[in-house]
Design a protein around this ligand. Sequence first.
Ligand code: NAD
Ligand code: GLY
Length: 365
Amino acid sequence: MHTLKVALGARAYPIHIGHGLLERPDLILPHLRTRKVAVVTNDVVGPLYLERLCAGLRREKVEIVSLLLPDGEAHKEWGTLNRIFDMLLRERCERATTLIALGGGVVGDMGGFAAASYQRGIAFIQVPTTLLAQVDSSVGGKTAINHPLGKNMIGAFHQPRLVLADTATLATLPAREFSAGLAEIIKYGLIRDAGFFAWLEQHIDALRALEPGALAWAIERSCHLKADIVAADETEQGERALLNLGHTFGHAIETGLGYGQWLHGEGVAAGTMMAAELSRRLGWLGDEEVARIERLFERAGLPVRGPALGVPRYLALMAHDKKVEAGKLRFVLLRGLGRAVVTADVDIAAVGAAIEARCVAEGGT
Ligand code: NAD
Ligand code: GLY
């Protein structure tokens, strides 16, 4: 097992990464205020892993209530969130109850938001079971639900007490979901670690083959890079925005197509290609660097072109981005591999041209 720390003073917490951690209640117990937990999961992950998590806790005399939400990004909304509150109230969960989110980023984001707001805030623990959640969404305390007009628009910053990433759960993850997680891993290399990007170029096949050593290193390195950024800028006043490389375009794709059509990581990959294209047009990134990014995403099984929504629709959707400041859109762009920057100083015509260049042709899929 490897343990990293998110250094947030009084709200610091560990990230444990390892094989078989679901069966380690000893890692959870020190973080409980009372011996009562509410586990939120979904109807895909629950049948696979809920009992594995609960058996050990029950042996330690922890009272457990649980809820299986419907699966999917389309359910990351008010109605589903309310089902968590219904359960917490029905089961008489108190302020000292700890909520455990067992699942991917959808369960983690919704469970986290429920914990942030139930009785004005209760403790929660992230038990991520997708690659994306283990390298990204479970770390850093962003919680949210979607709004029809914009992705993750309603939410709160609420840090977990613990992240428990059991890599054994990845064995049941569908290949398409695994690739979606690789998009966020590649993102970290692009943002601030060119050496990691080069390592990924060498090990992408090993990762897709679930080679344990490669997988453990990729997860650990990603969490390390994210934990550092979160510790420096918890509520995204500055550099945390770098973690949104590709997300302004990607969120537009997810919202524009309807939540759940494209996976989040797929939107991030195609969106990152648009950001790379825009960086190239500004003279910040060379042709060969753009080609390297494209090749790596392709080898990871990810799309490198966005859907043909049309430039005006992309721009309208992007206007709801959380990085908009005083009505002006800010972009995360690349000044080289491993060197992301945030800038508002971009001509909208160049943005449109970059989108156009990186979309499938009208009528294509
Ligand atoms: P997800 O939660 O929808 O999980 C993907 C699919 O895999 C689902 O069908 C899920 O039921 C299934 N699944 C989960 N674990 C499994 C396992 N071990 N075996 C088999 N199936 C399994 O999607 P995701 O990619 O994990 O997360 C995407 C969400 O995370 C998006 O809503 C995105 O906005 C959010 N996100 C949040 C942050 C953040 O900082 N909070 C960062 C990145 C992404
Ligand atoms: N995934 C973006 C962030 O955590 O800030």
